[in-house]
Design a protein around this ligand. Structure first.
Ligand code: FRU
Length: 329
């Protein structure tokens, strides 16, 4: 072989080698995927945490891009956000819907258009979505009711401040609570005041002002979320009556509910995980062609002043909170 020929051969071998390396690099480069995240509201710390959890989980996967939408607590706006995401042909939609009925149709349309849809935390009606991820709100409500029944010793006047009752967590936290309270067998327990504060602290405060004006003695406030419980506490404190009653909420964010428990503002709170990391993990499984479960249920924990530093107590399937050894509290 001539000198020129050898050079050519080396050059072409190099070219083939580089080409192969390029091809394999190309094969390893993650496919770009766009996830549309339709958030119903970013007003509460819990929803900011959900978005942060999603952002963090997605950041660990190069190639994954998340487009966030905030419907600012308006179901019609959220509906148009879902429609926009479908028109943009995103690869997958994650939605935490404000209300069940209002968001059912846009979710079904996205699903029928062939876009996988993960419904997070609040449910929609029917089964036209890929997967639902969330904790069992009825079980959480039941654990709250049982704890309240035991803590009040079967006797007391209770105020229930409900989350938006057109959303499934509000409905389930109410139903579960009444089951756990079991007022039929405990006639000394009376829910004297019940109002829908729509998950919002200022509404809870206003409703609690009415309750305080009507009832000279209240033993406990059960609010469907920690902002609601805190709003009620603010109203009671303004009336100089916060020491008269206990306060129970749900969410247990470390910088919100758990802090309130440590400060003695709340007597108990139950964890409501955001499911943000699980949503991304499930999206990746869907992208990999796996068939995922229709429903993924997340766990919860009950926190009180006594157990908060030890990490709380797991809430069991029956709704009861158990300590680390599994004994009933
Ligand atoms: C935030 C929030 C949480 C609650 C959840 C229920 O918007 O109200 O406090 O746990 O939504 O969907």
């Amino acid at each position: 072989m001539t000198r020129g020929g050898r050079t050519k051969t080396v050059a072409s071998l190099l070219a083939v080698g580089l080409g192969l390396a390029g091809a394999s690099l190309h094969a390893q480069a993650p496919k770009r995927r766009v996830i549309g995240m339709s958030q119903c509201n970013l007003g509460e710390p819990w929803r900011q945490q959900m978005n942060a959890d999603i952002r963090k989980a997605a950041a660990a996967h190069p190639g994954l891009e998340v487009v966030f939408k905030d419907a600012q607590n308006d179901s019609l706006v959220q509906r148009s956000h879902v429609e926009e995401l479908v028109a943009q042909k995103v690869d997958l939609i994650v939605i935490s819907p404000r209300e069940a009925a209002a968001l059912t149709k846009p979710v079904a349309q996205a699903f029928e258009a062939g876009i996988p849809v993960i419904v997070l935390d609040r449910a929609v009606l029917g089964d036209k979505f890929t997967c639902f991820i969330g904790a069992d709100n009825r079980q959480i409500g039941r654990a709250a009711g049982e704890w309240i029944r035991r803590t009040l010793g079967g006797k007391g006047r209770i105020v229930e401040l409900e989350g938006l009752m057109t959303s499934t967590p509000g409905q389930d936290r109410h139903t579960g609570f009444r089951e756990g309270l079991d007022a039929a067998k405990n006639p000394g327990l009376e829910v004297v005041f019940e109002a829908d504060m729509q998950w919002l602290e200022p509404n809870a405060r206003r409703e609690m002002e009415s309750a305080l004006a009507r009832f000279p003695k209240i033993d406990l406030v059960y609010a469907h979320n920690d902002p609601g419980a805190h709003g009620a506490w603010l109203a009671a404190r303004a009336a100089g009556r916060e020491g008269e009653m206990r306060f129970v909420g749900i969410d247990a964010l470390s910088h919100e509910g758990l802090r309130y428990v440590r400060q003695g503002v709340l007597d108990a709170t139950l964890e409501y995980p955001t499911g943000g990391a699980e949503a991304i993990a499930t999206a990746l499984r869907i992208f990999a062609g796996e068939t995922v479960e229709k429903k993924i249920v997340l766990g919860s924990r009950l926190y009180t002043k006594e157990n908060v530093d030890a990490g709380g107590a797991a809430v069991s399937a029956a709704g009861q909170a158990k300590d680390e050894k599994g004994a009933r509290r």
